[in-house]
Design a protein around this ligand. Sequence first.
Ligand SMILES: [Cu+2]
Length: 255
Amino acid sequence: MDITGTTISRGGHLLTDVSAPTAAGEAGTLTFTIRAADGTPVTAFAHSHGKALHLIAVRTDGTGYRHLHPALDAATGVWSTPVTWDAAGSYRIFADATPLGAEGVTLSRTIDVAGDLRPAEYRGERRHVTVDGLDVHLDGALRTGDGGVLTVTVSEHGHPVQRLQPYLGAFGHLVALREGDLAYLHVHALGEDPAPADLSGPEVAFHASAPTPGRYFLYLDFQVDGRVRTGSFVVEASDSPAAPTEHHLHHVHAH
Ligand SMILES: [Cu+2]
């Protein structure tokens, strides 16, 4: 799988002029500009999942995830959204957008936020979270190569939740970040894109392929009762067992 989200430039496009509050708890505005290779600000973007740009912000230890949709000033190319960092640390922002007439890019950079830093520690996987009284459970294996299917199940008081609503054209959006460099994987939900009034549940399935074995932070955005909620998971990816293809068998036999 293509690794994205680890650089400020791609295909000539550059994430520039990033400004954000520099201290924890300070209310402010996050602003940035995407520039083309010749330095001019990009002011026109193709929509993806109903938005011209998806902005992910997360602390480098995987905490404090948020998924924002900044507003574009089409005259200047400046994107802006209000933001208050809850805690100190280094944050990574990922701008996921498709400049009109170009390929989609995920551009990233780090923002340092001053204050007392208490990095999160992880022991093993985290596959069960409770969000606003909803229990969200993640099943399946994250694998390299051809990948695997991850299934999220939502329940409430032990009962399956069957009123998942489409959000940005799907019943769930899953972002995976590799621990260490926060390489970014946008994982797509399996199945047909739902109509706006459709309901589903309690399961949403995703096909995901990890670029390498190791630990990944997974974030699921889903909507129930008109409100978007986020579940955060920690999963260890393993190498796919090598399927014995005809070619491999022949090769082994020849030796
Ligand atoms: Cu988005």
